[in-house]
Design a protein around this ligand. Structure first.
Ligand SMILES: *Cc1c(COP(=O)(O)O)cnc(C)c1O
Length: 351
């Protein structure tokens, strides 16, 4: 049987980066955030395509992710580690030339001891209370280590996907005060949502992630993923017969049901079940009916004269944002849940 095929359009990824770079403005560098294996799409392929398109700074969450990415993108780009300097990571940071975003006094002290001649950035907390140095810690570190020169100072917005939220202005002001303490370091506040908030939020460096991969809040993004699932079996079901676990769906009329080889173990979140989404044969939608099982879904294909060997669940008609809406979650979670049983194939990129 054919394997489920997750196609990733690298030209769409680089087009999305180019669009976000244009919005960021000519005085601002646009980086790329490729943590969690480029939001599930494969950091090596995505990273190489973005480096070829002109990305000079990448962000990942963990040192191990940085080491892998370094092998894909070569020695040129800066690779910054959002979790900073974690215990045991100094060798990896040195060996792969990774730049930790230092998040606490403790990380700054460790850095000065373990990696005195290495590059670093500072992450400051402008109000999200998740990661980053607070004002008093930052002042203390600057006083203790006056020669420590971070390459950049960054912070992260909690509510950038809600342009009217008062947190945005509050964090902008807090970041202005904190970053002023670090002298000449380049400043970075905006991820995808922050870029869309406008030039006040762009500073010297922007950090888009989800927008590169077709996720909201970047509405104009080109869709990046196509996911086709193999049909295992097709059966005729009489009116009144039930389909799937819990007998949760009953055929209202005679119909044909196709059973496909993917389920919630592959990231098809169970909450997106019965009637909320479709599978596509070309442009023809066929509703998913019954509950999502671990490895299987069932689809009403009555509308199709012939059932093709594969049906699409992600394409230009139905994006990660639509699946997220149906499942009551966000595009980020749909992307990072895309299963390891899918064969990932790539289109485009500078191959
Ligand atoms: C994940 C992340 C980003 C990218 O955010 P998107 O909303 O995906 O654009 C940027 N900065 C930090 C600190 C992050 O954790």
């Amino acid at each position: 049987m054919a394997r489920a095929d997750l196609q990733i359009d690298l030209d769409a990824v680089t087009a999305n980066w180019t669009a976000l770079d244009a919005m960021s403005g000519p005085a601002t560098e646009t980086s790329a955030v490729v943590k969690a294996d480029a939001y599930g799409l494969g950091a090596e392929a995505v990273g190489s395509a973005l480096a070829a398109a002109g990305v000079r700074t990448f962000f990942v969450a963990l040192a191990e992710e940085g080491a892998k990415l370094r092998e894909a993108v070569g020695s040129g780009p800066r690779i910054a580690i959002l979790s900073g300097l974690m215990p045991g990571d100094a060798d990896l940071l040195r060996r792969f030339n990774l730049t930790p975003c230092l998040n606490s006094s403790e990380q700054v002290y460790d850095f000065v001891n373990l990696l005195p001649d290495h590059s670093c950035g500072f992450q400051v907390d402008s109000g999200m209370n998740r990661l980053g140095l607070e004002a008093a810690e930052l002042a203390d570190c600057i006083e203790r280590f006056p020669s420590l020169a971070p390459a950049f100072v960054m912070s992260h917005l909690a509510c950038a996907d809600e342009p009217g939220h008062p947190m945005n202005a509050a964090q902008h002001a807090a970041f202005a005060a904190l970053s002023a303490m670090t002298g000449l370091a380049r400043r970075s506040l905006a991820a995808t949502g922050g870029i869309l908030l406008g030039p006040d939020f762009h500073h010297d460096l922007t950090r888009p992630g989800v927008g590169l991969f077709g996720g909201l809040p970047f509405r104009e993004a080109k869709p990046v993923v196509t996911l086709a699932l193999p049909v295992i079996q097709v059966r005729d079901v009489a009116a009144g017969e039930a389909v799937g676990y819990g007998a949760a769906w009953t055929a209202p009329a005679p119909c044909r049901i196709a059973t496909l080889a993917a389920g919630y173990a592959d990231g098809l979140i169970r909450a997106m079940g019965s009637g909320r989404i479709s599978l596509f044969a070309g442009d023809t939608p066929c509703p998913l009916v019954g509950r999502v099982s671990m490895d299987l879904i069932t689809v009403d294909v009555t509308a199709l004269p012939d059932v093709p060997p594969m049906l699409e669940i992600l394409n230009r008609h139905q994006t990660v944002n639509d699946l997220a809406h149906a499942a009551g979650t966000i595009g980020y979670e749909i992307l990072t849940s895309l299963g390891n049983r899918y064969a990932r194939t790539y289109r485009g990129g500078a191959l």
